[in-house]
Write a protein of this length. Structure first.
Length: 248
């Protein structure tokens, strides 16, 4: 993925990693369109940083995704990058039937959302000379956090989906990149922004942009902090890492 001269659509970029990446990509000389569910948040983001454009989108609503895709391609016909940031992370107790509503919301956002976006944007991107799809999984795709089982499962699915997408797009001009964050100090979950064990957001963004600049053909963007999760099974540390994440 080249780091400059792109026209990028980043749904899920009104806060956290998504907004941070949007600003970093704008800094690097890209046209950046952020997407989000709430018009007020989008307006605030653009007011704070007029370099960014905004499109309203709810990835859990097929009609909203279709409308947003049409708007993006109409307003920005040179769009050649999709960064799928939209996601939610909530705790669940699988031993209680009350978990199901949370699980369904998580699947609708974290898995169906990317699938809907891909269905609209892969044909558009495929018409460009070169283009990029960036998915966002998690270190928890490789070792689950038992307290957030559906989140972990959807991120494992996103990883698998990304691998298949890359194979199916081989030979085209569309590159497929998987961003694999560790725990980062954002508002994704309660208290995560203040969690001293999570990676500071700006440090994460620094390392991600450096990797993209140094390795334009990278398939997985792995900061150092996520490697113990990513390679836990390969290194034989999976049981110990899972126990740590379980609080045991």
């Amino acid at each position: 993925m080249r780091t400059t001269g792109n026209t990028l659509f980043i749904p899920g970029a009104t806060s956290g990693i998504g907004l941070g990446l949007a600003r970093r990509f704008a800094d690097a000389g890209n046209t950046v369109v952020v997407g989000g569910r709430r018009r007020a948040q989008l307006d605030a983001v653009v007011a704070e940083d007029p370099r960014l454009a905004a499109v309203e989108i709810d990835v859990t609503d097929p009609a909203s995704v279709a409308s947003a895709a049409a708007e993006v391609t109409r307003r920005f016909p040179a769009v050649d990058g999709l960064v799928i940031m939209a996601g939610i992370m909530q705790t669940e107790d699988l031993t209680s039937p009350d978990f199901l509503a949370t699980a369904e919301r998580t699947v609708a956002t974290n898995l169906l959302g990317p699938l809907r976006l891909l269905s609209h944007f892969v044909p558009v991107l495929s018409r460009q000379p070169t283009a990029t799809v960036m998915t966002v999984s998690s270190g928890l795709a490789f070792v689950p956090l038992p307290g957030t089982p559906t989140y972990s499962a959807t991120k494992a699915a996103v990883h698998s989906l990304t691998e298949s997408l890359r194979v199916q797009l081989a030979g085209t001009g569309v590159a497929v990149v998987e961003l694999v964050p560790p725990a980062v100090q954002t508002g994704l979950m309660d208290r995560l922004a203040e969690d001293p064990t999570a990676m500071p957001l700006e440090a994460f963004l620094d390392e991600v942009m450096a990797i993209l600049a140094d390795q334009p053909d990278v398939e997985q963007v792995l900061v150092e902090r996520v490697k113990p999760l990513r390679f836990a099974e390969v290194d034989g540390h999976y049981p110990a890492v899972l126990a740590r994440l379980s609080g045991r």
